[in-house]
Design a protein around this ligand. Sequence first.
Ligand SMILES: Nc1ncnc2c1ncn2[C@@H]1O[C@H](COP(=O)(O)OP(=O)(O)OP(=O)(O)O)[C@@H](O)[C@H]1O
Ligand SMILES: [Mg+2]
Length: 726
Amino acid sequence: MEKKLEVKNLVISFRTDAGKVQAVRDISFDLYKGETLAIVGESGSGKSVTNRAVMGILAGNGMIEGGEIIYDGQDLVQISEEDFHKLRGDKIAMIFQDPLSSLNPIMRVGKQLTEAMLLKGRASQRNARKIFNGKLKLLNAAMDEVAQGDSAKVSENNGKCHTFDTFCINSTKLESKYNEIHRAAEELQLDIDDCVFLLEKKQKVDIKAKVTAFVKRVDSTLHPDIVVKDEQLTELLAQLSESGNVASAKIHEGETGYVTETLIPLLKQLSGILGQACAKDKPNYFTLGYYMMRNPEANLDNMPIEELTEMTRKYLDEEFMLGFIDDGAQGLQYSHNKSIALKKELLTATDEVLEYFRNEQLDKKVAYDKVNAIAKQEEAAIDRLEVIKNSVEYTFRSSIHSALKKYFAGLAKNPKEERRFERQTAKREALIAKGKTPDWKVVPAALFDLELGRKNIRAVLHSLRASIRKDLDSDSAYDAKAKMVNLIDYLKEQASAVVYKVTPKMAKAKALKLLEEVGIPEPAIRYRQYPFEFSGGMRQRIVIAIALAANPDILICDEPTTALDVTIQAQILELINRIKAERHLSVIFITHNLGVVANMADRIAVMYAGKIVEYGTADDVFYDPRHPYTWALLSSMPDLETKEKLEAIPGTPPNMIFPPKGDAFAARNKFAMEIDFEEQPPMFKISDTHYAATWLLHPNAPKVEPPKIVTDRIERMKKKEAESNG
Ligand SMILES: Nc1ncnc2c1ncn2[C@@H]1O[C@H](COP(=O)(O)OP(=O)(O)OP(=O)(O)O)[C@@H](O)[C@H]1O
Ligand SMILES: [Mg+2]
């Protein structure tokens, strides 16, 4: 499965007057394409802070002290502000608990939707052009390398790439023109049907103005592949104009029969023509664009679409595409081989650098020189023509730099900390020697674990090595032709984005579609209303529509239903589930109530005091929970069926300015052992999908069963599951 987002060893703190709040303390998780990851935990556990960091909207006093957030081969912690803004709210969108806070109270909701689209449209157009040109240039260069200085071949390559460039953009232009006109035809049909509906209901309508507008609007629907203005249509429009005038006069005189007998049938006839036109197949503009470029004089208007597509496809393949794929594939193979050869060298070099970091003593200059040299070598070995970016490769430099920085900061800090500890101890002992009892204790030396620091550096090198190994192992499976076809598809997508101009009119059409998609009835009316005119549930739907406007890959929902009553809550959950499936979104769903995510999460991360304490599939966590905190959450989960009394989790979460030394949950955990107060438990692996950080999983720990309320609940859930499976 494709990873959409990787969070690795994230550490986040806030500076406050009272001290440093350690809100997120080294958490890691992955989000896969098309899945819902639930993050569950009590208030203050760090759920929102984690996701705000992903969105790049931490409060001003917040700082990311360590770790990586990797999206599309980029570390969001490291990338420039400008790039970050492009991603957030574009590829990654977030909705909050209180929909009102995300809406502008004095702007109509329609405008709030279209504004976002118009702004985003321009930025993504620029970006797509950059990607399109960059990749095509790289491909051309690789093809030229294959030509080995054969100047005829080089100029042939240039010609091919140029042809591809021109006709890609031309085709998408033709296509977007078509789309625009198609939409106009659809809208006109809808408006005519609305008008007919009102007339049939004997509602007051300004017939003359309406009919005149309809007749005029037909012009915006004319296109050889949509509506054609033939004799029949011209005749119909003339009749319609006239009967609009007549009907208007007759209504004035109180006579309604004419409208029903003459005007309505004419309007229905026009609506029918538009409907049929819209239902026609769409030509393949990619192939057609090429044909028209080569045969600008050709008139294909009367060719049936299927035949047209077949003919133009064949023409494109024979005249251009097959040859281009062959040449391009050779270029890709060349680029791939070069990358593989460099990776082989890189593997040896990585081993050498790894060897250095096994030393107990590291020299800062030597370490940085080695790391910079290997990063340079690594970056040269990346095959930039691969469409899917390998995040290990693309983030190697920033990952290893951050590990080095941590290590050397610790190295510099430890002696100071030791001196402080010695000084205070000496002072205390001196006081005691004088017979006094100091009312203060010596704060233990908080030393940075240098060995762990070096291990972290090596871990980055190890993961690079694993990634190279994988590439070398799968080398024989490299299929250059298939890759070339993929690359062409990718370039085509970028080309469509380049010419995808969002006009205010299109933005409105898209906004109406979005409102409909999120289940808002009568979008055309609602479009013109202000947020206060909507109920809480409807407002949350609008916020979701705004989030979807930029076409995100990832949707982060931070307690989106907490402020809503139970039935509305269920509807919003259903909506999120539906759009997730329809749009293949990856969703992070934050909640303090495990019950909410029972039917929607694929995987669950349980957070407590800034750490992930249990992590697994929904089945792992619901049917085989291991952490006492997860048990507590399960016991406090409202159960609609048995109406049993909730068992509130006793105690309160710790103060995150002074997080506990051991397991942060120990003080509230009736299963806590001595070690829980002393040392933080590591993540124990229970299965390939299931992990939990509790000393209870240590092989030497006593066997402890979950509380009865939890085991009973599991039994009930299993029974229910079995029943629903028949
Ligand atoms: N700007 C800030 N300054 C100081 N501390 C902060 C700031 N923002 C968050 N925190 C602290 O960080 C910790 C985690 O907060 P976070 O908002 O992530 O909790 P949460 O799990 O989302 O809880 P809730 O369920 O209440 O939304 C809390 O201790 C909180 O007090
Ligand atoms: Mg929160």
